[in-house]
Design a protein around this ligand. Structure first.
Ligand code: NAD
Length: 496
């Protein structure tokens, strides 16, 4: 049995853990490792190591920092397959999808390589006679990144490269369900020349998260996970004086107008509904079909679904298993609830014949039609391969349905009508919008984040907002001594 432990001070932790959690290979159901779960003593040790490293790292020149970033970028590209294999072994997603998330994470590293430009302040010469003003952005110190199971490389890469580029030390707490990708990347950071302690990987569960949220040595927390935990993290972290961005769950809608190209729509719905077994925060889970769209679209979707191969992610299948047996059972429970509530079960993923070990955590792609907004398959984030079609009579009804949803992560409209698309873009209350693009994940130089219950805090991830989140602004007013400025004046400082 492999033991997975923390990465502190640039090496594996040498202590003994009182608590561990099992790590499974979801495609075989076998327990493959045990991961150490940090208690408060280990949290203290991690923060102490990061604090010691942070003061030197924030003083490292921008040139030194960007060289480490470039070297890490090179190593990550070189080791992308190793990271992807670690993801597939513990998450279950197919290898091509795992490689895809590494590629998207790599884009953030490439963006962060431009740190010299991104950390530039402003300068105003002569704001008053002989007085200049300039602004700088400085590192916060030690920041924590807490990530979910579903994108174990990409989500850490949304934050870690930006935080490090900005001069912070990072304590990364990955999901205990698939902790290994973070450790591969920590090793690559070290090889890239990152000083020990600037990146710590701390494994754990609620105890470790609470330890970080309340630790006086932690300045900021970037969290990604389900909405109830995101809300808790935001409230607890801010109550302890920390800057917090907490990205939560999602229920992403795809609005399809009658003029859309339904073959393209069917491709998009299948890709966005079942990619990564629906365990994506940007997965489409509700397809809102206007007018007669559903009657024409359902056969096209079913045809594509029947060609999908569910199985072991290492065998070239289209869709892998769910992450744990418990999660598979929960998603299957939603399928049963949908049937019970009276929705039309068009394709039942519970009947799947997987290309893989029978003990894997299997559930095939599932399609419901005639789903009503009060059914639990519509109201809840299922986070599995279940696509629900909701029929509406008009664009306005579809838009109102999307805007009434408490989540606001991603959404998409499919149409050839530019006017309708423009109205959708303007009026939809969602953070990331696709126009004929089903999964509109922004490029690294824009920022990623939802609205409403999909994000708590002011800042989205990466892009300019990422650098802003991980730095504090300072404005410096300078006057070099000149005898003409002497004299006592207690009045309010105004400029002349
Ligand atoms: P989760 O909320 O269960 O766990 C997220 C993190 O919180 C993990 O590191 C976990 O160890 C920790 N955690 C779990 N329970 C905790 C508790 N009681 N107190 C403190 N910390 C706790 O989420 P998950 O199941 O790992 O990930 C799936 C969820 O993440 C989905 O809801 C998905 O939509 C969301 N997600 C959102 C985005 C986004 O960008 N908005 C991206 C990816 C995933």
């Amino acid at each position: 049995m492999t033991r997975i432990t923390h990465w502190i001070d640039g090496r594996p932790w040498s202590g003994t853990s009182a608590r561990t959690a099992p790590v499974h290979d979801p495609a075989t159901g076998a327990m493959t490792a045990e991961v150490d779960l940090a208690d408060l003593t280990v949290v203290d040790q991690a923060v102490e190591s990061a604090t010691a490293a942070a003061s030197a790292w924030r003083r490292a020149s921008l040139t030194q920092r960007s060289r480490v970033l470039f070297a890490f970028r090179h190593l990550l590209a070189e080791h992308a397959e190793e990271v992807a294999a670690a993801i597939t072994a513990e998450h279950g997603k197919v290898l091509s999808d795992a490689l895809g998330e590494v590629t998207r994470g790599l884009e953030v590293v490439e963006f962060a390589c431009g740190l010299g430009h991104l950390l530039k302040g402003g300068h105003s010469e002569g704001v008053s006679t002989g007085v200049d003003v300039h602004s700088v952005r400085q590192a916060l110190g030690v920041v924590a990144v807490i990530s979910p199971f579903n994108v174990p490389a990409m989500v850490p890469l949304w934050f870690v490269p930006v935080a490090i580029a900005a001069g912070n030390a990072v304590v990364l707490k990955p999901s205990e369900k698939d902790p290994s990708a973070s450790l591969v990347m920590a090793r690559l950071w070290k090889e890239a020349g990152l000083p020990d302690g600037v990146l710590t990987v701390l494994h754990g569960d609620k105890e470790a998260v609470d330890g970080l949220l309340t630790h006086p040595g932690v300045s900021a927390v970037s969290f990604v996970g389900s909405t109830p935990i995101a809300r808790y993290v935001y409230e607890t972290g801010t109550a302890h004086g920390k800057r917090v961005q907490a990205l939560g769950g999602a229920k992403n809608h795809m609005l399809v107008l009658p003029d859309a190209d339904l073959d393209l729509v069917a491709d998009a719905a299948v890709n966005a509904g079942f990619g990564s077994a629906g365990e994506r925060c940007m997965a489409i889970s509700a397809l809102v079909a206007v007018g007669d769209v559903a009657d024409r679209l359902v056969p096209r979707i079913v045809e594509r679904m029947s060609a999908l191969r569910t199985g072991d992610g290492r065998r070239g299948c289209d869709m892998g298993p769910l992450v744990t047996a418990q999660h598979r059972d929960k998603v299957a429970g939603y399928v049963a609830a949908g049937v019970e509530a009276g929705a039309d079960l068009v394709v039942d993923g519970r009947l799947v014949e997987p290309d893989g070990d029978p003990n894997g955590f299997w559930l095939g792609p599932t399609l419901f039609d005639k789903v009503e907004p009060e059914m639990s398959i519509y109201t809840d984030e299922i986070f599995g391969p279940v696509l629900s079609i909701v029929r509406v009579d008009s664009f306005d009804e579809g838009l109102a349905l999307i805007n009434a949803n408490p989540y606001g992560n991603g959404t998409a409209i499919f149409t050839h009508d530019g006017g309708a698309a423009r109205r959708f873009e303007t009026e939809v209350e969602v953070g990331m919008v696709g126009i004929n693009v089903p999964i509109p994940v922004p490029m690294a130089y824009y920022s990623f984040g939802g609205w409403k219950s999909s994000l708590f805090g002011d800042s989205h991830a990466h892009g300019a907002e990422g650098f802003h989140f991980f730095t504090r602004g300072k404005v410096v007013t300078t006057r070099w001594p000149d005898p003409s400025h002497g004299g006592v004046d207690l009045g309010f400082p105004t400029h002349s």
